[in-house]
Each structure stands twice: as structure tokens, then as C-alpha cells.
Design a protein around this ligand. Sequence first.
Ligand code: UD1
Ligand code: CA
Length: 490
Amino acid sequence: MSSRPFAVIILAAGEGTRMKSATPKVLHQVAGRSLLGHVVEAAAHIEPEHVIVVVGHGREQVSAHLAEVAPWVLTVVQEEQLGTGHAVRIALEDLIARGGRPEGPIVVLTGDTPLLTGASLDSLMAAHEGACTVLTARLADPTGYGRIVRKGSVVSAIVEERDATDEQRTIDEINSGMYVFDAAALGERIGQLGTDNTQGEEYLTDIVGMLTADGLVVNAHIAADPDDIRGVNDRAQLAEAAAIMRDRINVRWMREGVTMADPSSVWIDVDVEIEPDVTLLPNTVLQGPTVIATGARVGPGTTLVTCEVGADAEVIHTWAQLAVIGEGASVGPFTYLRPGARLGTGAKAGAYVEIKNAEVGDGAKVPHLSYVGDAQIGEGSNVGAATVFVNYDGQDKHRTVVGREVRIGSDSMLVAPVEIGDGAYTAAGSVITEDVPPGAMAVGRAKQRNIEGWVERRRSDSSSARAAREANAASGRVQPDDASDDVREE
Ligand code: UD1
Ligand code: CA
């Protein structure tokens, strides 16, 4: 049977105490998406009419998160966690109160199973027939889970570990907590759940026993990959889930034509897009909706958060966020690109360079030891080593505009607001406070003077004085004595 589900109900009201966190459990992240976000994504894949999340603990945070990442998802508040059956009951009541008419399949999921995929829900839906199909798994260690009691090929009951007999505890087929129900079969019974169990809760699992008692068929569908149903209860399980997710993502990109020298050290968020023939070197972390075009080489040791990398660009040992790196551009090693950094085609940002809110034009270069903030650098310009774009006067930020084919001398301070015209030069060591016209050479530094004989007079016993004497003797140079214009050493 494969009609469109009426609803997916996602249970996420529990406290998640074992996470020991101020953040609700289902908002912890795996590969750049919340646990709940992964489940919502899988739910959306089977195109239900409604997705409704039952929220309780941390409901403000969970609801705000959903409004941001999946505003089409409904939420219903479960004030007290009176059991999985109670949670499904209030979700159904809420859908009906909103004018929904439950018909066809209703899927129940939990919010803490980030490895659940749309494909595994597809196969659950395809397998579903009768009143209910339970998604199950066979585990070497079934401890803690509800056990699937079968009669022949169909399910007769689900028993919670706490309520199970010794014999039932030996069953290795477990309840994932995910199900497809026929809406009518569920709706007729959800109001009749008792609380006669060790926890005094309304167990959703009791519906199974009620259905079979009424002669209806309950099937079990064993998950093709038991990882899909893995729940996260503590941070160790969070890390395990993240590792499995990482492997899945990396294998997918390698199959799409991405080379990874060491996939075990490459971390890629779910929203990243990578073209074929990209090479990712060890210790590369790609976060947010980062996009990498064909032929680019990224890493080693690079983190890109919400960046665009152009074709054939090279990014080595770099940390970049909200930056755009042009086609064939070269970045790193040891480069820090902050929000609004935009490198043009073939541009360069080299070692120990920090760039923020600044455009580096096509073919322009900032090769060494510089800070570029709030600026525009025209195409083909070169910024000498150790240049600082002095953008902050202690109160406000100002812009610097550097034209095309400009040569900024090393160790220049460009004090914004200031504009350097096309083709202009600045002398090394200049402090540029006034605009420079196109083609001019700007010199903004004290003129050098040499005080002859100073070392001989002030440091006559030093190794420097000896070296100077030897050099003068070897070249036959007579050192003039400039004592009249002496300065005191500090
Ligand atoms: C449940 C199943 C068990 C299954 C296991 C799989 C029942 C009675 N048992 O047990 O057979 O093997 O899941 O993980 O259903 N929740 C609410 N409101 C509530 C209670 C729970 O939203 O009132 C949510 C929790 O946040 C959680 C999920 O439902 O996401 C499961 O609840 P939990 O208490 O963890 O059930 P288990 O005892 O693990
Ligand atoms: Ca659980």
C-alpha cells in the first residue's frame, strides 16, 4: 500500500536528561542539522499532508527552531509526558481540531533518530499493509528496547523491557518506536489506552496488542540498515551518530566524483554542495551551505563556513566564513577570511592575511602578512607585505578604495577613508592619510638619514664596531665623522 500519508507525528516532548544540556536533546546537531531537523527531512520525503511535532521540554526553543528551519511543520504542546500513546493522542486531536480528516496512513516517528532516511521510510511505506506496520531491527544487544513478540510472520504484541518476562527479554527483534498505522485503526483505539504498566504511562505499543486482539494484522518491517533507527540519548551516542553520518555523506560525495585523501578526517555538513573533480585534503571541515566548484582543491587543515569556492581555486590551511573565493584564486596557508571577503578570479590571499568585508579584484594579490578590512581593491593590484587597511578610528569603520593596477608598498598603513587612484604606487613604510591620484607615487614617511661613525663612537668595543672597521678597511672606505649631528641612543 502506498497512498500518501495523512500525517507524520514526531514525538519530541521528552526531556533528554542524559544529554546533561541546557539545549533540548532534539536540537543538538549532527552534520550541521539538528536531530529533529534530520527526522523532519526524512518525513518530508514521503510527502505527508501534515507533519506535526509533539513538543514539551524546551518547547519554546524547539518551536522557534522549527519555525526557522521548517515553518510548514505543526507543533502541539504536551504539557506532561504521560507516555508515547498520550503524545500520539494529543497530536491526532490537534490535527482534527485544525480540521484534518484522518484517512490513510499515519506515520509515528521519534525526534532523536537523526540517521533515519527518506529511503528507509519509503521502504516502510511500501511494506505497509493491514492495520499497522512496525519498523524493527535485530540487535545483538536489545537491552532497553521494547521487544517484538511474533506469532508466525505477524506481530502479536510489543512488550517493554520493564514489563517483559525473562523469556521475552531474550527476543532480539526490537521496536524502533517508528510505525505506520491505518488512521481508522489507530483513531478508534488511541482513546482507550490504559496506564496499567510499570511506568503508569499510556504506551503507544499497547495499540498493537489491541489491534491483534481485534483480529487485525500487524506486520513488522526489519530496517535494512539498523543504524537508521539509532536513537541518541547521550553525548557518546551523539558522537556515534555523527560519525556514521559523516561516513554516509563522504561516501556519497566520493561516488559523485569528489576525491578525499583521508575521508576519516573530512567533515561535511548536509547542506554542502560539491562538484565532481574537487579534491578535499585531510582535516577539512565544510559547514553550512558551502559550495565548491569543480577542480578546486581544499585543505589540508581548512574550515569553510558558508563559503563559495570557484572552479580550480586552491585553499590551504585556511579558516573562512561567509567568504567568496573566485575561480582559480589562491588562498593560504594560514589565511583568515571573514564575512564579506570576496576574492575575484585568479586573486590571491597569502600567508597570515586577514580579510573582512572587502573585495579583492580579479588577479589582485595580497600575498603576505596583511589586514584588509572594509575595502575594495581593483583588478591586477598588488598589496605589499605587512600592509594594514586602517579601517577603525576607535569609534567608526571607514572604507578604503584601491584602484586597478595599483602597487601598495610593503608596510603601508592606508588610513581610511582614503582612495588610491588607478595605477598609483605607495612607497614602502608609508602612512597614507590622503587620497592618491592615478599614477602618482605617494610617499608618507620621514626621510632617511645616516649618522656616520655613530657605532664607532657609541659602541666602540662591540662586535658591530669591529665588523664595521673590517668592512671599511677591506674596501678602503674612509668613514666620515658626523658627531656634530649625533643622536643619543635610547
Ligand atoms: C519507546 C517504546 C519502545 C521502543 C523505544 C525505541 C513505548 C511505550 N515504548 O520506549 O518499545 O523500543 O521507544 O526507542 O512507546 N515522548 C513524548 N511524550 C511522552 C513520552 C515520550 O514525546 O509522553 C517521546 C520522547 O521524547 C522520545 C520518544 O517519545 O523521543 C520515545 O519515548 P521514550 O520515553 O524514550 O520511550 P522508550 O521508553 O525509549
Ligand atoms: Ca528512548
